[in-house]
Design a protein around this ligand. Structure first.
Ligand code: SF4
Length: 366
């Protein structure tokens, strides 16, 4: 496990960010916020995908006015994304949101920021100072270098701190991955506030997930980062899933299933690619699945080793495969039965894990 940077802890509704709390995954809705039913439905899908905190855009008063009704119908903390108009921030606070995101590039008047700071301090609501390369105040800070992004954030921190407010999270996002990494490293040297990681405007699912994994993953591996969002031109659920995958890849979160599958080669004795797709499809349908690793391997070279190390696995063999469960080879199955038998074993092991977890008290915030 990586040694994580020590940061101040901030509370967002029932979620803790920083100060050693688990790294949380965020996303943002793309429905019209005023469409309460559509927004709530999308947030419910995000909750199901494992999202810990959701942000909604507040482009106008009508959107600000429905925040309380949205919040009352969801189960994860709600953050309001405010740009340009400080009055929308004040309205969002009145609606009971759990967090505000302010962009220093477009609410620039210190007196307005102080007004917001006084209000959030009263209510115990944190603020994320969300600097974005695309909206950096270039007249003041110049081009969006790592140093410029950090300077913009720290100037806003100073204004908030001048009002005695310190429930702050900082993000410093750019499309450029090296600039993003440098900015967060620089910020980690300069401040103890928790950092929200992200590579912004990262693109469609495939490109965006890779750019985000490289940028966010590099920082997490250095112990930097307390919460994250993978920004994708895709449905928000994909963002949550990608964020969780990044954490899982670094052993920073246990969540649902993980498939271990070989890349296939001439030794492969089963129709592995289609089989893995089918196994993934069936695993995605399993609700409330505990953390479980499932290995699907093509032959006896690496198959038995990986299958034995996973919770459940199958290694291709002549005319079928050998099922492994919790470290032991349990039976040989014919090719036509491989997926069904593997999934039956997954169900059995998952149920055992659930029973064991019932004896462990979950961590709760009162
Ligand atoms: Fe090839 Fe076997 Fe390795 Fe799969 S496990 S890549 S089939 S050698």
């Amino acid at each position: 496990m990586f040694e994580r940077r020590k940061t101040i802890q901030v509370r967002v509704g029932n979620l803790l960010i920083g100060g050693g709390a688990p790294i949380s995954v965020q996303s943002m809705t793309n429905t019209a916020t005023v469409d309460i039913a559509a927004t709530v439905a999308q947030i419910h899908r995000l909750e199901e995908a494992g999202c810990d905190l959701v942000r909604v855009a507040v482009p106008d008063e009508a959107s600000a006015e429905v925040l309380g009704r949205i919040k009352s119908q969801i189960h994860i903390p709600l953050a309001a994304d405010i740009h340009f108009d400080y009055r929308l921030a004040l309205m969002a606070i009145e609606q009971g949101v759990d967090k505000l995101r302010l962009n220093p590039g477009n609410i620039t008047d210190p007196d307005k920021i102080k007004l917001i700071a006084d209000k959030v301090r009263e209510r115990g609501i944190p603020i994320r100072i969300g600097v974005n390369a695309g909206s950096l105040d270039r007249r003041r800070y110049g081009p969006p270098t790592a140093e410029a992004l950090v300077k913009s954030a720290l100037d806003e921190v100073e204004i908030l701190e001048s009002r005695g407010f310190g429930d702050i999270v900082i993000s410093l996002k750019s499309f450029d991955v090296p600039i993003t990494i440098d900015a967060y490293r620089f910020a980690a040297e300069k401040t103890d506030y928790p950092l929200h990681l992200g590579v912004t405007e990262a693109g469609l699912l495939w490109q965006g997930a890779i750019r985000s994994a490289v940028g966010i993953g590099a920082l997490l591996a250095e112990g930097i980062g307390d919460t994250l969002r993978v920004s994708l031109t895709a449905e928000p659920e994909e963002e949550a899933k990608a964020g969780i995958q990044i954490l899982k890849a670094l052993n920073l979160r246990e969540h649902g299933f993980t498939i271990i599958s070989c890349p296939t080669c001439a030794r492969c004795s089963i129709d592995l690619i289609d089989m893995v797709k089918e196994v993934e499809r069936r695993l995605e349908q399993m609700k409330d699945l505990p953390a479980v690793t499932v290995a699907v391997m093509g032959c006896v070279v690496n198959g038995p080793g990986e299958a034995r190390d996973a919770d459940v696995g199958i290694a291709g063999a002549q005319d079928g495969g050998v099922i492994f469960s919790e470290g032991r080879a349990v039976r040989k199955v014919a090719a036509a039965r491989m997926v069904d038998e593997l999934m039956a074993e997954v169900h059995r092991v998952a149920e055992c894990k659930v029973q064991r977890q019932k004896h462990q008290a979950p961590e709760r915030i009162e």
